[in-house]
Design a protein around this ligand. Structure first.
Ligand code: SF4
Ligand code: SF4
Length: 396
């Protein structure tokens, strides 16, 4: 978004307040400056020089979860999350709490393997006491074998087609078993599977931290990398990666990866969950914000789950409301993150389901942390795990 477009987007706001209706940070704090309208108004007044940039103002702009719940509510069509990204790029140096993370991201994103291996050692030494004192949220154990390094190509003699997996940082370093489960699913359906050692972060954490130039350079490198791949589809288990690559890359780098897909779309397109069965389970589904609001994928995961025999599906209240994770938001705004998450846990508990399924590794991390806090008995699964389990049951 160039200067003129940014300026014009802000001018379009008529202060109607429609965008506040689903804004989780507003609904949790009931503070106008913590809501969509307040943020757009502040950025507009900053642009008109009626406000001066301050640390407090930067804090309000960085307190947005970038969930996108406000986007379709705006009658004048302002792309609110995109305007917030642009606002952050302008205000980043005033957001003091984000300084450490910005510095770390600048250094770590181009060399994630090295950084996660250092983090793994630090996690062993320092994490538990900090978690016990509530300083850090729940983080699963960092793996010593990133998924993308575990294998490169699984060839099939008679292949249906070739599919490339974009693992994303959370699957690579925190949830490699999800990557392995997806590989098993694809291989058992007759696809050739490729995983890239050279895959880079999608750039979402950089954009979120206001580091637009760095995100653009990463986008260009990923586009160049994946343009060399001859695959029917490149699929991802993380909706944030999918949204950023599919929806943001064209805006920030004038290019995109056109055959990039979310796994739910892919599973529906290829009838992956057809004729599958699992042991009886009562399941409810939590919509990840970037899948639901960002990519408008809402029915597909429900369809997949309902197609599996043995699943009793129960819809929870407000399934589309955020779980409170939002990446670095859960570190910088811990109390709001937990308050939003507790509401989600209540809605899950009200269904009496034994399992909550979602399609995002970040949501799994947040729900796992909340489950531990409340000592709740609940299975938390990525949709890939349910499909993988059903496929393995079918083989046995
Ligand atoms: S993206 Fe989410 S948190 Fe941010 S202003 Fe919009 S609704 Fe509120
Ligand atoms: S819905 Fe759009 S026009 Fe209305 S206050 Fe929000 S940003 Fe402004």
């Amino acid at each position: 978004m160039n200067e003129a477009t940014y300026h014009n987007e802000l001018l379009k706001c008529n202060r109607c307040g429609a965008c506040k209706e689903l804004c989780p940070t507003y609904l949790t704090t009931l503070n106008e400056t913590m809501g969509a309208r307040g943020r757009i108004a502040m950025l507009g007044e900053l642009e008109e020089k009626q406000l001066v940039p301050t640390k407090k103002l930067a804090e309000k702009i960085f307190s947005c979860m970038l969930c996108g719940a406000c986007r379709d509510l705006c009658p004048t069509g302002i792309n609110i999350p995109e305007v917030i990204y642009q606002g952050r790029a302008r205000l980043k140096n005033l957001f003091g709490r984000g300084l450490l993370l910005r510095t770390a991201l600048r250094y770590s994103v181009p060399r994630t393997d090295n950084v996660f291996s250092i983090l793994k050692k630090m996690q062993k030494l320092f994490y538990q006491p900090l978690y016990n004192r509530g300083v850090l949220p729940y983080i699963p154990e960092i793996t010593s074998e990133p998924f993308k390094n575990s294998f490169q190509v699984y060839k099939k003699f008679k292949r249906l087609s070739r599919i490339a997996i974009f693992s994303g940082c959370s699957v690579n370093y925190l949830y490699p078993d999800l990557g392995k489960a997806l590989s098993r699913i694809l291989l058992s359906k007759g696809f050739e599977v490729i995983v890239f050692k050279g895959e880079l972060c999608c750039g979402a954490p950089l954009r979120s931290a206001g580091l637009e130039d760095e995100a653009v350079s990463l986008a260009k490198r990923n586009i160049e990398h994946f343009s060399k791949v001859r695959a029917e589809a490149i699929i991802s288990m993380c909706p944030t990666c999918t949204m950023v690559i599919r929806e943001h890359y064209s805006g920030i780098s004038n290019n995109t990866i056109s055959n990039f897909m979310d796994i739910n779309e892919f599973f529906i397109k290829y009838d992956i969950a057809k004729d599958l069965e699992i042991s009886p389970a009562v399941i409810t589904y939590h919509d990840p914000c970037h899948l639901n609001h960002g990519l408008k994928i809402k029915n597909e995961p429900r369809q997949i789950l309902k197609d599996i025999k043995g699943v009793e599906f129960i819809e929870m209240q407000h399934a589309g409301e955020c779980c409170g994770f939002a990446g670095s938001f859960s570190l910088h705004f811990k109390d709001i993150s937990k308050n939003i998450g507790r509401k989600k846990i209540h809605n899950i508990a009200d269904t009496m389901a034994d399992t909550v399924v979602t399609s995002c590794p970040g949501c799994i991390m947040q729900l796992e942390g909340l489950k531990r806090e409340t000592n709740m008995k609940l299975n938390i699964k990525h949709i890939i795990e349910v499909v993988d389990e059903a496929m393995r049951t079918a083989v046995e």
